[in-house]
Design a protein around this ligand. Structure first.
Ligand SMILES: [Zn+2]
Length: 121
């Protein structure tokens, strides 16, 4: 799920593509993806070659964003910045197999990422 993207002119590593898109929304800067990781093999993918499943029931990195308050309780987040999840695959067949188990929309990565960047929240 590791994702490398430019937000404005800064190169950053994100836990998933959705986090990168949400940072772009918050900072009002364009997001340009540089490298994705194939969900099945963890190999690097070029965004222009990748397929993706958006909005499946699997949100891989949500746990790492939970914050504990002083009492050790999980503090509610304002919003889940990893949702809807976008999970990258090397080819459409792998993405469709995943979507048949976990739901979500299958498409070219850049197409899905562009749509969700503009979707109202
Ligand atoms: Zn994330």
């Amino acid at each position: 799920m590791r994702t490398v993207a430019f937000v404005g002119s800064r190169r950053e590593v994100f836990c998933c593509p959705t986090c990168a898109l949400n940072e772009g929304v918050q900072t009002h800067e364009p997001v340009r993806f540089e490298q994705l990781a194939d969900y099945e093999t963890a190999r690097a993918l070029r965004p222009g070659d990748a397929f993706a499943v958006e909005g499946s029931n699997l949100v891989l990195c949500v746990r790492s964003h939970q914050m504990l308050n002083r009492d050790g309780q999980v503090a509610p987040m304002d919003f889940d910045r990893c949702s809807p999840s976008i999970i990258a695959f090397a080819n459409r067949a792998a993405a469709e197999r995943f979507a048949s188990e976990h739901g979500g929309n299958v498409g070219a990565f850049l197409q899905l990422a562009g749509q969700s960047a503009q979707a109202p929240r």
